[in-house]
Design a binder for this molecule. Structure first.
Ligand SMILES: [Zn+2]
Length: 145
C-alpha cells in the first residue's frame, strides 16, 4: 500500500503530468524535504538491521568454532548474514527511489536522481547551479530565462 507523501512535500497547484515543472525554488525546497525524509528512522532501522545481521553471522561463526562444526559453514553463515542484512537495505533504497519519483526529483529523461540519495555529495546543489541533469544534461528548468 503506497503511503501518502508528507504534507511538507506537497506543493499547491502542481501540474503533475508535466515533467519537472518545478521552479528552482520549489526544487530546492523539495530537495531539503527529500533529504529529511530519506534519513528518517526507517533508514536508521535499515542500517541497524544490516549491522545486526552481520553481527548475527559473526556470532554464528564464533559458535561454529566453539562447537567445532564444519569449517565450510562459516561461508554459509557469512552469506546468510549478507543476504538477510541486504533485505532492509534494498527495501529502504526502493522506498527512497519511489519517493524521489513521487516528488519529481528524478530526471524526466533518464530517471537519474537529481538529489543525493545516500551520502551527501552536493548533487542537488550542482543541479541547481547548472540547471541540468548531471548524467544526460537535460535542461531541467527550461521556463527560466
Ligand atoms: Zn537525465
Amino acid at each position: 500500500m503506497p503511503e501518502p507523501a508528507p504534507p511538507a512535500l506537497q506543493l499547491p497547484n502542481q501540474e503533475l503530468d508535466r515533467a519537472l515543472s518545478l521552479t528552482r525554488g520549489e526544487f530546492a525546497a523539495l530537495a531539503v524535504s527529500q533529504r529529511r525524509t530519506s534519513r528518517d528512522w526507517r533508514s536508521w532501522l535499515a542500517g541497524a538491521a544490516f549491522v545486526a545481521s552481520l553481527l548475527g553471522a559473526s556470532g554464528l561463526m564464533t559458535l561454529r568454532e566453539r562447537l567445532s562444526w564444519s569449517a565450510h559453514l562459516e561461508w554459509w553463515f557469512l552469506a546468510l548474514g549478507w543476504a538477510v542484512g541486504s533485505i532492509p537495505i534494498v527495501l529502504w533504497a526502493r522506498r527512497n527511489h519511489r519517493l524521489l519519483g513521487e516528488h519529481r526529483l528524478l530526471c524526466p529523461s533518464c530517471s537519474e536522481p537529481l538529489v543525493d540519495t545516500w551520502l551527501p555529495r552536493g548533487r542537488g546543489d550542482r543541479v541547481l547551479a547548472t540547471g541540468e541533469c548531471l548524467r544526460c544534461r537535460t535542461l531541467l528548468f527550461p521556463d527560466e530565462a
